[in-house]
Design a protein around this ligand. Sequence first.
Ligand code: FE
Ligand code: FE
Length: 198
Amino acid sequence: MLKLDEMAKKLQHMLTPNRFRHSINTMETCIRLAEKYGADVDKAAVAGLIHDCAKDLDKDAVLPICEKYGIIVDEISRSQPKLLHGEIGAHMARELFGVDDPQILAAVADHTLGRPGMDDISSIVFIADYIEPGRDFEGVEEIRKAAEESLEKAIVAGVNSTIRHVLKKGQPLHPRSVLTRNWALQKLKEREQQEQEH
Ligand code: FE
Ligand code: FE
């Protein structure tokens, strides 16, 4: 695996300046959240830095690249190829940055839609992507506040804002957003019950 600063240098050539800044910000937020929640700081930093490495690929290149990597494209992703940049990014992370850690690769692959059962590294990247300091959208403060309380709470708040956005735009909702939300809600409920018992 390349060193963090070598990855950053390489990444800078793959992304627009704004996206590169977002990637650095996401990495820094990942580090902060990993420290706060006792996760592996180095893995969170790498995953945060490279999570969007496939986001600025040419639109027409996306589906052929999926074919090359053997990525299965569902109907909704076919109509919204942007949704595929996580999964493509995980393959590129392996090929271009030499990443072979399964936790980092999963965090990159799942950062757009989340995934039920995702681990702390994936959860941290998922959340940092919403709340990094450069983000400014309606409802971001609510997600920032939730991230100070628990990862589950922040995942629910993040998916809620994505679902609201998708509904508002009249786009089809990817079922995995719903599954991620239900999973995080259930975890949140269990945590609150545990806290009441103690
Ligand atoms: Fe992304
Ligand atoms: Fe991102």
